[in-house]
Write a protein that binds this ligand. Structure first.
Ligand SMILES: [Zn+2]
Length: 188
């Protein structure tokens, strides 16, 4: 009798040891959807309209993600009224002639389909796409380069879409004791 039980134990053990299908996750992170529940959230009925006012362009950097959302939604008052393109280096990709047309092709949908009339560009200091703050040699040099790139991006955007209003912002991490804040500066 004992001989007959062993394969069954083995199969049962395998069942628990080898995760299958949708339950398989090779990440050590916690599951984002607990027990694979379907999550539903309500949205502002206004967002079912076919257009919006603004396209926002930011870097992907996770350190600024929450501050960016708060700044865009609350400070700029654009909640439920903007498209958002997040790309490493923000508009450095627009300044770079090699990636310019690719980025313009992505903007086109926002301009033609959602009929935006304004672009908000947010760049940030210590951006990995530029090699971080250290690559500039000084804070002044970093500031000058990032501001120059922002203004070049605005010129390129307005050349392509003359009716667009373009607003520029430069953000940075500011340490205050144990706290780190994100500071936004409007670039004229
Ligand atoms: Zn960045």
């Amino acid at each position: 009798m004992k001989k007959n039980f062993k394969p069954i134990y083995f199969i049962i053990a395998l069942f628990f040891l080898i995760p299958t299908g949708c339950t398989y996750n090779n990440s050590s992170s916690t599951d984002l959807l607990v027990n694979n529940q379907q999550i539903t959230t309500t949205i502002n009925p206004e967002t079912t309209r076919s257009d919006c006012d603004t396209l926002v362009i930011t870097c992907i950097d996770y350190r600024f993600a929450i501050a960016n959302q708060e700044f865009i939604n609350e400070t700029l008052g654009l909640k439920d009224n903007y498209d958002h393109i997040s790309i490493p280096g923000s508009i450095s990709n627009l300044v770079n002639p090699e990636t310019r047309e690719l980025l313009f092709s992505k903007f086109a949908l926002s301009v033609k389909l959602h009929l935006i009339n304004r672009v908000v560009v947010i760049s940030h200091k210590d951006c990995g796409a530029y090699g971080g703050s250290v690559s500039f040699g000084s804070e002044i040099a970093e500031n000058e380069t990032l501001c120059a790139d922002l203004r070049t991006a605005r010129t390129l955007l307005i050349e392509k879409y003359p009716t667009l209003e373009v607003n520029l912002f430069l953000e940075s991490l500011v340490k205050e004791g144990d706290q780190v804040r994100v500071n936004f500066e409007k670039i004229p």
